[in-house]
Design a protein around this ligand. Sequence first.
Ligand code: ZN
Length: 207
Amino acid sequence: MCRRAQGESTGLSAAPTRGKPTPMMVVEEHLVASAEAYPSRRRDEIVGVVVHRIEVSQEDPGYGDTASEVARFFAEHPLGRTATGGKMPYTVLVDRTGAVTQCVPLLRITPHAKSHNPTTVGVGVIGDFRTQAPPEPQRLGALQLVAALVRELNLSAQAVHGHDELNDASHDPNKECPGRRWVMSEFRADVAALLASETLGPLPFLW
Ligand SMILES: [Zn+2]
């Protein structure tokens, strides 16, 4: 089951969001319970955040496009298990409503960007942004999540990358991730602007 970890006094709900959707942070406890299966790292080893697209219904229509279904796909489905050995590749997921789910603690290494795994946090945005732009609530949820993450890690917006912007980050050199409709240069600029605005409340990240 999920536990809502956002408190009224500490979460983004306390920030002046001017009527914009507020991301809801959830910790997936059943995945956190298996955190020991993931190698650990120090906080100062993390130098970046990597944005991905993920839509498991494309691989198998028996799976839905929600955070728990993405987790189930990588834990149980032969294609998912072949890709990651049964591990969840994304530390955090953002669904279409903008709700944020943390699946793995920040100091655990997940298999999401090959040689960059030990030094980056993988953010999985649910959808396919090769052909469709994200719904606005989802874009805002991802924006607030990534900005809060960057600040928590003492990084800057320049430390945010799309998966296919990195070298040696995929076994498929033609992989388009997160996709041309998720414009990374604009997203980085939005992250920088949100950080500069100082209106962003903390999110309850699990370390
Ligand atoms: Zn990716």
